[in-house]
Design a protein around this ligand. Structure first.
Ligand SMILES: [Mn+2]
Length: 359
């Protein structure tokens, strides 16, 4: 009797442990800069399949060790994003060849360790900027804002460690980008890795006296066409284009063939003053955007929530990247993908039924 009970319990447990996330047309992802076991467990539980990590170093050993840690939770690291040293490449300064070599080493290591996508940016100061990190959103949740002319107040400064104040002309930034792409795209092709360029955030032509070039969809398209290759792609950061006042939906359709990675985020307002928000509380028709990815053939790429509000009880030590809002956002993203996918199946079924003779 007791053993029967134990067998029944064991069977139930085995069944539970085999529950896997359902496949979706894009792969739900979370950025875990340095993933803790707790956060990896949460990611697996909420239906995330892909983990995005910050630069762990460029050697195969460093990349593979991180992949192994993540794989132990039934997840995969498929994207590396943020903090890859590139200031000398962007500004064309002495030492850029060493940084390009480091990129090549990283790309080869990623290929070997099964990390498909390398997200990079061309921001002169290396990472995103905001003015306030304590603006009130729904129910008193905290979000960031940006107002032209005000100073940066973002606590997350690690990305700007390499910024020595150099201002490079827009023309030279384009030449440096082309030089970089010509060097690394062939290596990416060979390694089976895709590059995904993130736009400049905030998307303005000059930030704190420094020219920027990657501030709209047209510039992103030009970058993708500079060195044509399936390995030369884009990260479509919806929130950035929304804060630039662009038609996000039209942008998705325009550069769809180059989209290798999606940041799903929205804002209210636009340059010169915008504020972040919950994904369901902004100005963009997010459902239409999600449908547009599917219709335009953007499939099997990682999609992550990007910045989220800081919720009650959280410290706001990492504005945009506290955990509760991201757990909520993954549910929103997965629900939206399911609605679109099942809706399409339902429509097809209904159409087939209607076309049957005699009905
Ligand atoms: Mn982004």
């Amino acid at each position: 009797m007791a053993s029967q009970k134990a067998a029944k319990k064991a069977k139930t447990l085995a069944f539970e442990s085999e529950r896997l996330p359902r496949p979706r047309f894009m792969r739900p992802a979370l950025l875990l800069m340095v993933p803790s076991e707790h956060h990896l467990r949460l990611a697996a539980q909420i239906g995330v399949t892909d983990i995005v990590c910050a630069y762990p170093g460029s050697s195969y050993e460093e990349v593979a060790a991180l992949q192994a840690k993540i794989a132990a939770f039934g997840l995969r690291m498929t994207v590396i994003e943020r903090l890859v040293p590139h200031d000398k490449i962007v500004h064309g300064k002495a030492g850029r060849e060493e940084q390009i070599e480091n990129f090549k080493t990283l790309i080869r290591s990623m290929g070997r360790a099964g990390v498909k996508t390398l997200c990079y940016n061309w921001m002169p100061a290396d990472d995103w900027s905001r003015c306030s990190v304590t603006e009130p959103e729904r129910g008193g949740a905290l979000v960031t804002n940006w107002i032209e002319g005000q100073v940066s107040a973002l606590a997350d400064e690690e990305g700007r460690a390499h910024d020595d104040g150099t201002a490079t002309s827009a023309e030279q930034l384009w030449l440096n980008l082309e030089y970089f792409l010509k060097a690394v795209v062939p290596v990416a092709e060979e390694a089976g890795v895709e590059l995904a360029l993130h736009p400049d955030d905030p998307p303005v032509p000059v930030l704190r006296g420094k020219p920027q070039i990657m501030y709209n969809v047209a510039a992103m398209e030009r970058a993708a066409q500079l060195v044509p290759s399936p390995a030369n792609g884009l990260c479509f950061c919806q929130g950035t284009f929304a804060s630039g006042g662009e038609d996000v939906l039209a942008g998705i359709r325009r550069v769809a063939p180059y989209i290798k990675y999606v940041h799903f985020r929205d804002v209210v307002g636009a340059v010169p003053h915008f504020q972040e928000c919950f994904q369901d509380n902004g100005k963009t028709d997010m459902a239409a955007c999600m449908a547009a990815y599917k219709e335009a053939g953007v499939r099997d790429v990682a999609i992550r929530p990007d910045h989220v509000p800081t919720l009650d009880g959280e410290e706001n030590d990492h504005p945009g990247y506290e955990m509760l809002g991201r757990l909520w956002a993954v549910g929103y993203i997965n629900g939206m993908m399911d609605t679109i996918e099942h809706g399409a199946k339902r429509a097809k079924k209904e159409e087939a039924e209607l076309s049957q003779p005699g009905i």
